[in-house]
Each structure stands twice: as structure tokens, then as C-alpha cells.
Design a protein around this ligand. Structure first.
Ligand code: CTP
Length: 410
């Protein structure tokens, strides 16, 4: 029996046949699949082919007394490291988003205490429908990982996003999640403080200064650190993301609130300052909504005050300075030299330098260089989750072997 196992829920769609390929691909990678086939799924593939490929009984009916005696649906929902829904139809996602539990698949999704990965496949109009968008957002907010479908020609003759991603890409996503769930936990016992997102600096009760930071990179880093066993405190400005599983989440608005929350979270072994902290705030924040023109009939003018530099403040602490302090440097030109100057000015130990001249802010990808006091590592362009995992692993290496950077430089 494989040591890593998934519970695979096969929904009813033309892409269901690809779940058979997925079972084989996972088996090749040493990952076992126990399967639930929905009633609609059984219109596309048979329980016999599913059980022949998975080497196990295929579960189909919630109210089968035999199945319930052998393995109840609660036990089934807990019997794997990860629950994967593939293909995840619009109907299955709607049920899961709204807490329905009227068949084996939906009941299992409600009862599970394991992470859930959904792999959608449906007609482009169904994928783009407002109801599906709402359901996907709800599921993501609930901590479910929903893969983005591929774009291309569909079985129904239309074109667009909605195709099941390639089987190899699905298997990679499953393997990544399983590695994180069942892999080594080198950061166990370490506390890491992460800031993320923008800050909002109020001008009056309805207006603020802020920036375009989406929080994606900081949230991915917090999640990757937690996956390696760290206790993570994530202090975040307002973003449209759900905090990753297992992190201590502290929502804040302004730079000054963020600094206070960070100081309250110390001591920490590592501090990673990913937030796009607003450098300035309005010098006066009016308690009342400002009017278009004040009584003197002149437009209000904006005077700014400088915000505290959270990274520099924590880097320069005498007491409770985290052992490893990492800043980000968002630059549009001379990325490396400006990053080095920034590292010196702020007193941090590493800088993750990224070129934000392209689609980085709000986008899914990032191309960074890790600048330590002695070295520079250029990492290839990759998605923000991969940047996060690589950084978390690099931090784990550093904590496990503090002399590593020195040695690399010699
Ligand atoms: N940072 C911070 N507090 C601030 C401003 C920035 O903690 N008030 C942190 C960011 O989280 C990041 C690093 O400092 O880790 C660099 O941010 P960046 O915006 O690149 O630099 P700035 O200090 O704003 O300098 P400049 O905009 O002049 O490049």
C-alpha cells in the first residue's frame, strides 16, 4: 500500500475519463487513490474501471448499508492525506460552497478534516457565470485550493477557459500539496513573523491612500512557512485573500497599526517584511468627511507625514531583534545595486529583490534575486507559490546551518 494517499471524488463531466489517467499517473508516483464516483460521474466512467485502476473498491452510494458497514462516509472522508475533486463540476462546487450534503461526494466534502483540492472542468460560459465565480471565491475563502482551468477548444465546440488542466499538471499540484502535508517539518519550533498586503492611510472616514499590493506573495510565504512546520504570525493590510491554513492572522489597516501588531508578536526567530507599507500618511486625518471645497472656497490641500519604517525598526531593535530579518525591495530599475543599498540602510540580513516594472504587482508570477550580505542568487521566473516555497526552504537551510551563507561566499 502506498504511504501517500488521496481520496479522489470523480464528478460528472466529459473530463471524467481523464481521472482514470490521473489515477495511473499518481500510482506511478507512489500515490494511492481511493475513489468516490458521483452518480453523474458514473455516466462517463464505470466503477469497474475506476476500481481496476486504483486497485480498491470504488464508492458510489451514500446509503449503501454494505459500504457503510465496511467504511462509513465519515471514516472515508478522513482516510487520505488530501481530498481531490477531479473533475470538479459547477454543480459539485456549488454544493460544496453552500454546504449541501445529499450524496456521498458532498457529504464527504462536508465531513472531511483534510485539505481539499478542486480541479474544475466545465463549459466556458458555466466557468464564467457569476454563480460559479461566487462559488469559487467562497471555496477559496474557506481554504479550498481551486486550480484554474486551462484555456482552449472544448469538447462542446466552444473555446475559452474551462478545460481540465493537463493530467501531469494536476498530478504535480497533488504531489506538491502532499509533500507539504506529509513532508519534513524543518521549521518546527520556530516562530516567523510575516507582513503582507498594502496599508491604508485614512484621509477622512471614506478616503485613504494605499497601493496596488495584492498580498499574494506574502500570503504564499506565510503558507509555505507553515507547511514546513513554523508557527507563523501573518500581519496583513486589507486584501481579498483568505489567510492560509494554520497561521495566526492579525488584520491591520495603517502602517502604524502594522508596526504595533509586529512589535506585539515578538519575539520571533525570523521576520519577513513583504508588506507594501505606504511610505506616507495624510498629516491630518479628518474625523468628518472632507467637503469638495472648504468654507474659504479653496480645494483642500494634502500634507503628508512619513510613516514608520517597520522593517528598519525591527532590524535595528536592540532587544528582541529577530535572528534573521528579510526585506523585499520592489524596484523598477538597477534592481541589485538598489537592493544592496536598501539592505544596508534598513539593517536587514537578506533582501528579496524583485523587478516590478512588469506585471508582478497583483500578478501570479515573480522573478526575484535573493541578496544576502555575501551572495546574490538569481532565481528563475516562477509563480509566487514556488517563490514562497523556495524562500521557506532557504530559510529552513539557514536556520539549520547558520554558517551557510559565509561558506557559499568563500
Ligand atoms: N517597508 C517597511 N515600512 C515602510 C516602508 C517599507 O517595512 N514604511 C519594508 C517593505 O516591507 C519592504 C522594504 O521595506 O520589505 C522595502 O520596501 P520598498 O517599498 O522597496 O522601499 P522603500 O523603503 O519604500 O524605499 P523606496 O520606495 O524609496 O525604494
Amino acid at each position: 500500500m502506498s504511504s501517500k494517499r488521496i481520496l479522489l471524488i470523480i464528478g460528472g463531466g466529459i473530463a471524467a475519463y481523464k481521472s482514470l489517467e490521473l489515477i495511473r499517473e499518481l500510482a506511478r508516483r507512489g500515490i494511492g487513490s481511493r475513489c468516490i464516483l458521483t452518480k453523474a460521474g458514473a455516466e462517463f466512467v464505470t466503477p469497474l474501471s475506476v476500481s481496476a485502476l486504483s486497485g480498491e473498491k470504488c464508492f458510489t452510494d451514500l446509503f449503501s448499508l454494505d459500504d457503510e458497514a465496511e467504511m462509513g462516509h465519515i471514516q472515508l472522508s478522513r482516510s487520505a492525506d488530501l481530498v481531490v475533486v477531479c473533475p470538479a463540476t459547477a454543480d459539485l462546487m456549488a454544493k460544496a460552497a453552500n454546504g449541501h450534503a445529499n450524496d456521498l461526494a458532498s457529504t464527504t466534502l462536508m465531513a472531511t478534516d483534510k485539505p481539499v483540492l478542486m480541479v474544475p472542468a466545465m463549459n466556458v460560459r458555466m466557468w464564467e457565470h457569476a454563480a460559479t465565480k461566487r462559488n469559487v471565491a467562497t471555496l477559496r475563502g474557506d481554504g479550498v485550493t481551486v486550480m484554474d482551468p486551462d484555456e482552449g477548444a472544448m469538447a462542446c465546440g466552444e473555446f475559452g477557459p474551462g478545460r481540465l488542466p493537463e493530467v501531469l499538471a494536476i498530478a504535480n499540484a497533488i504531489e506538491n500539496q502532499l509533500d507539504r502535508l506529509t513532508g519534513p517539518r524543518p521549521l518546527e519550533g520556530h516562530h516567523v513573523l510575516v507582513t503582507a498586503g498594502p496599508t491604508r492611510e485614512p484621509l477622512d472616514p471614506v478616503r485613504f491612500l494605499s497601493n496596488h499590493s495584492s498580498g499574494k506573495q506574502g500570503y504564499a510565504i506565510a503558507g509555505a512557512l507553515a507547511a514546513l512546520g513554523a508557527r507563523v504570525t501573518l500581519v496583513s493590510g486589507p486584501v481579498a485573500l483568505a489567510p492560509p491554513r494554520g497561521v495566526d492572522f492579525v488584520p491591520v489597516e495603517t502602517a502604524r497599526d502594522m508596526l504595533k501588531a509586529c512589535e506585539a508578536a515578538l519575539p520571533a526567530d525570523v521576520f519577513i517584511s513583504v508588506a507594501a507599507v505606504a511610505d506616507w500618511r495624510p498629516a491630518i486625518s479628518s474625523a468628518k468627511k472632507l467637503k469638495l471645497k472648504d468654507e474659504g472656497q479653496t480645494l483642500p490641500s494634502l500634507t503628508l507625514s512619513e510613516n514608520p519604517d517597520i522593517l528598519a525598526t525591527l532590524s535595528k531593535k536592540r532587544k528582541n531583534r529577530p535572528g534573521l530579518v528579510i526585506g523585499f525591495a520592489a524596484e523598477t530599475h538597477d534592481v541589485e545595486s538598489l537592493a544592496r543599498a536598501k539592505m544596508k540602510r534598513k539593517g536587514c540580513d537578506w533582501i528579496v529583490a524583485n523587478d516590478v516594472s512588469g506585471d508582478v504587482m497583483g500578478g501570479a508570477h515573480n522573478e526575484v534575486a535573493l541578496v544576502t550580505k555575501e551572495t546574490i542568487e538569481h532565481w528563475p521566473r516562477m509563480d509566487k507559490l514556488s517563490v514562497a516555497r523556495q524562500l521557506a526552504e532557504r530559510i529552513a537551510d539557514k536556520l539549520g546551518d547558520p554558517g551557510r551563507d559565509q561558506m557559499a561566499a568563500e
